[in-house]
Design a protein around this ligand. Sequence first.
Ligand code: NAX
Length: 325
Amino acid sequence: MKAPIRVAITGAAGQLAYSLTFRVASGEVFGPDQPLHLTLLEIPPAMNALRGVGMELDDCAYPLLKSVKLTDKAAEAFDGISWGLLVGSKPRGKGMERGDLLRDNGKIFVEQGNALERAAKDVRILVVGNPANTNCLIAMNNAKAIPAERFAAMTRLDHNRAKGQLAVKAGVEMNAVTNVTIWGNHSATQFPDFLNAKIGGKPAPEVIRDRKWLENEFVSTVQKRGAAIIEARGLSSAASAANAAIDHVKSMLVATPKGDWFSAAVRSDGSYGIPMGLVCGFPVRSDGTTWEIVQGVAVGDYARQKIDLSVKELLEEQEITKALM
Ligand code: NAX
């Protein structure tokens, strides 16, 4: 057995965490030989609901789960953690402007960035709570003592959605689809890149010879999948989002298969002409410890236009929240 690690999940009384927390506690994410201490962060009005989650965790009798701490204080939640899964955020209220949503959530991530910087040096962060890219940017800029490469925002759900759509259309197994990238923002402006995706090792457009479907239906289905699920279920896509968060962590912790990559929103180093410092969706590879943005992925005029549109939105979000960084 390894020494226990500490993992924090925020928004822990929410829907997404209701799926994520139990899978993390079971050992599915960090491995069957990795004990863990779990800290669950919520806001005061949700602490009672969080106590219910705590009771259910006890009732699972997970052998790897050494302790569970429930708290409404970020500094306590992040004390000595190796991983922070930042799921909690404020949803868009009725009639709320996008700018207000960005600023209100931004304040949460200023506080959490500061708390992370004080409480946890050797930490890796995944921001899931929306607007995820900009929340991540704000947390990162308020935790300068933590290397920026320790932060990422989640585009993995979009990645998995794109993979699923391509596999179903081509009539192949999920694993036959590789090299999917979600460029840009985790929003309806994202570009799910079908041009560089491969199906059975061949470029996706050579297997799915319906360019109209790829450019229109595929792109828009992936971009608007979250809304379609809310429309159908009356609730957001919590289970698949939790699953994607788990995929993200696992992909960061193991070496990426040769020739493939995965999608994550990470700090731009200027690659592909994306302004330095923005948290943007890129193709990423991991060696199990560190990650890199995959270089040399073809970006033609069509993709460029789509990526630029999403980057423009990210720059607008950065501008709206610049007082918080
Ligand atoms: P819920 O509204 O069910 O849960 C959010 C929880 O966060 C609530 O319990 C709330 O009390 C808590 N919270 C709010 N402020 C907090 C703070 N300062 N500290 C700690 N907790 C706080 O939403 P849920 O369906 O669980 O979704 C969680 C977040 O994930 C949302 O922002 C949602 O938009 C986002 N998503 C992001 C996805 C991605 O791919 N990046 C996909 C799925 C998901 O929609």
